[in-house]
Every structure is written in C-alpha cells, then in structure tokens.
Write a protein that binds this ligand. Structure first.
Ligand code: NAD
Ligand code: UD1
Length: 352
C-alpha cells in the first residue's frame, strides 16, 4: 500500500461507502484536496480496486480500503472500531434503472439493506453525520422545469423507489427524539442530476461494465470505435430539437458539492435536508453529440430510435438552494465536461 503523507494522521477521517465507484473515487480526490482522509468501503461489485490506487496517484494519499459488503454488519463494525469518522458519505448501491425493474428484490436488498445496516452501525458508534447520494430521479416526471427541492417526489422504477424510500427513512431518523437513539442525526440528501466527465488527469473516470446505459459513456465508446452508432431515444419530445434534455454536471463539480455539504454539517445542526446538485442548464441529446464531436475530433454516427420507456422530455435543476446554503455552484461548462470525458476514454479505452 502507498504510504500516506506525514500529515495524514491529523486529517479528519471520512467514511466513503462505494468509494471505488465513479462518483465516490472523484469525491475521494476532493476530500484529500480539502484536507480530509477518505476511508473507502466497497465490495467492488461495480468497480475496480485500481480506481482507489489511481486516487493515490492523483493526490499522493492512498485512502484506506476495505473490500466489504455494506450488508456485512460485523465487518462494518470492525471498520468503525478502527477509525474515528467525522462523517459518512454513502454512495454504495446499485444504479442500473432497467435492471432494477427486472430484479427489484436485489435492488431493495442492496440499496435499502445496505443503508439500514450502515445506519445501525453508525448509531451504535454515535455517528450521526451522513451525506447520502440521492438522485433527480426522485422528482419522477416533473410538471415543469427547472426543478427545485420543494417539487413533489415520486418513483417510476425500483431504483428510483429505493432512493425515495431511503430519503424517507433518513428523514424519519432525523425526526426521532434524541433520547431514543445514541446519536443526533445530521443528514444531507444530495440529489444529483446527470454526472459526466472525469478528473482532468485522465486517471479516473466512469468505467461501466458491459454496454453503457447512460448517454455520455455510450457516446464515448462510439467515438473510440467500440460501439458502432448511438441510438437517440426519441426525437419528438417537446424540447429544443425534439430530443431529451438533461442537466449534465461535471463529476468534479459534483464531488466539490460533497465537500461543501460536509463542511456545512458543522453549522447546520441536527436534521435532514435535500439539495439539488446540477448546473441549472439543460442540453439535448443532439447538442451533446455535437459537443462531444468537437471535443474529440471524431464523428459520432447516430440513428433516431423509439423513445426509451420511462424517459422524460426535460429535466434540469434549480440549483439556487445549494448556492445559498452550501456556498457551492458548478464551475465547469459543457466543453470542459466533454474534453475531460474524452481524455479519460481515449487514455483508458478498456477502462481500468
Ligand atoms: P458506481 O456503481 O460507480 O459506484 C457505486 C459503488 O458502490 C461501486 O464501486 C460498487 O462496487 C459499490 N457497491 C455497490 N453495492 C455495494 C454494497 N452492497 N456494499 C459495498 N459496496 C457496494 O456508481 P456511481 O455512478 O458512482 O454512483 C454512486 C451513487 O450515486 C449511487 O448511490 C447512485 O445511485 C447515485 N447516483 C448516481 C448517478 C449517476 O448518474 N452516476 C446519478 C444519481 C445518483
Ligand atoms: C438515467 C436514469 C436515472 C438515473 C440516471 C443516472 C432512466 C430512465 N433514468 O437518467 O434514473 O438517475 O440515469 O444514472 O434510465 N439517451 C439516448 N441514447 C442512449 C442513452 C441515452 O438517446 O443510448 C438519451 C436519453 O433518452 C435521455 C438522455 O440521453 O434523454 C440521458 O440519458 P441517461 O444518460 O440514460 O440519463 P437519464 O435518462 O437522465
């Protein structure tokens, strides 16, 4: 294992569940940059150990790593015994929307079960500071855009429902009287819009297994020649050019939003609150294709295909609340997202 820098022992420790994954690995880098020491728990079901080693190459501090399933209560208890966490950031879970409709029980077991075990162990150690990876999917099919945090929530698939149920469980925990628990819960729910891009080093990025479900990794694999052409799911939506519009956010901006949320926990006190992490700007599928062609210098052949069941026309954030209360806003624009996504894809054509 890479030996941590001399100052690492004085850094506050943050438990990062799912820290070997796409978003978690980028958050580890930003935690180190901000003076923290990430401790990763991941079962590597959708990631590689190499991602954590690459984090160390970027910021010269290798996070402690435990290959562990969150449902393994004894293993998790041992991790809590060894460390003194300032907070927990909880990314671990399954995220494939289509698969969640085919094997819902697995999604509920992993996402709900993992979260319950984590919270029980946290309570045992009087740890109540929690930042949870939620999703814009909790807004279902919104009546209007931009979407703010007061919009009604709903779910259209088991993945989305697992996020929604976890949000509700965490609100219940935060509302329960302190005398019945070991810790006061101080919880932040971060509702991500569409994370894309990669760290500027090109060392860490999104490494989907199999054929990607999401737009950006699919486009990137067409650009590199691994996939023949993109299917654009529908061109008859009520949007700028008929294709679906989303709020794409650079994963490094997203990661910095987590550090901002962590630092805000000190001043907010017990409770549970939700923030959108998006840019507030929507782009269509065809705008994304054009932007990626420009960044990569490659053609992206595409064909128009039927709408994907469950898709919505427009989804972008009102991100004012995060700016006001967390002092955070996204810095990187579309061009930078594409350049960084292409650097990662072209330097790592087969992923890690
Ligand atoms: P990811 O699959 O790359 O990362 C999740 C990590 O959790 C993986 O490394 C996986 O091995 C690990 N994991 C899964 N189940 C586990 C378990 N039971 N025990 C321990 N580790 C486990 O996904 P990501 O894109 O980095 O997403 C992170 C979180 O953000 C997820 O909760 C996801 O639902 C949420 N989210 C992601 C997006 C997105 O577009 N990527 C959007 C909204 C919300
Ligand atoms: C999807 C999930 C959402 C999840 C998010 C992040 C669905 C219905 N929604 O969001 O719950 O939180 O990923 O993991 O799966 N597109 C194409 N061709 C493709 C792929 C996508 O045209 O091959 C289009 C889609 O129709 C959509 C846009 O690109 O308009 C973005 O799609 P995607 O990246 O899958 O994200 P979401 O659908 O927003």
């Amino acid at each position: 294992m890479h030996s941590p820098s001399a100052s690492s022992s004085t850094r506050p420790e943050v438990l990062v569940t799912g820290g070997a994954g796409y978003i978690g690995s980028h958050v580890c880098v930003e935690l180190v940059n901000a003076g923290y020491r990430p401790v990763v728990v991941d079962n590597l079901s959708n990631s590689k150990r190499e991602a954590v080693r690459r984090v160390a190459r970027i910021c010269e501090l290798e996070p402690d790593f435990y290959e562990l399933d969150l449902n393994d209560r004894e293993g998790l208890t041992e991790v809590f015994k060894k460390h003194d966490f300032k907070a927990v950031m909880h990314f671990a879970g399954l995220k494939a929307v289509g698969e969640s409709s085919q094997i819902p029980l697995k999604y509920y077991r992993e996402n709900l079960g993992g979260t319950l075990t984590l919270c029980e162990v946290m309570a045992e150690f009087s740890q109540g500071n929690l930042i949870f990876s939620s999703s814009a999917t909790v807004y279902g099919d919104p009546a209007t855009v931009p979407i703010d945090e007061r919009f009604p929530t709903s779910a259209t698939n088991p993945y989305g429902r697992s996020k929604l149920i976890i949000e509700e469980i965490l609100r219940d925990l935060a509302a329960a009287p302190k005398e019945h628990q070991n810790s006061a819960w101080n919880i932040t729910l971060l509702r991500y819009f569409n994370p894309v891009g990669a760290h500027e080093s090109g060392l860490i990025g999104e490494d989907p297994s199999g054929i990607p479900n999401n737009l950006l990794p699919y486009i990137a694999q067409v650009a590199i020649g691994k996939l023949e052409r993109l299917s654009v799911f529908g061109d008859d939506y009520d949007t700028v050019d008929g294709t679906g519009v989303r709020d794409y956010i650079h994963v490094v901006d997203l990661a910095k939003g987590h550090v901002a949320a962590l630092e805000a926990l000190d001043s907010t006190g017990p409770g549970c609150r939700a923030y959108n992490l998006g840019t507030g700007q929507g782009y269509s599928v065809l705008q994304m294709v054009k932007a990626f062609e420009k960044a990569s210098g490659r053609d992206i052949p595409y064909q128009i295909a039927p709408r994907r069941p469950g898709d919505i026309a427009n989804c972008y954030a009102n991100a004012d609340l995060a700016r006001q209360e967390l002092g955070w806003e996204a810095q990187f624009g579309l061009e930078r997202m594409m350049v960084d996504a292409w650097r990662w894809q072209s330097q790592n054509p087969d992923g890690y």
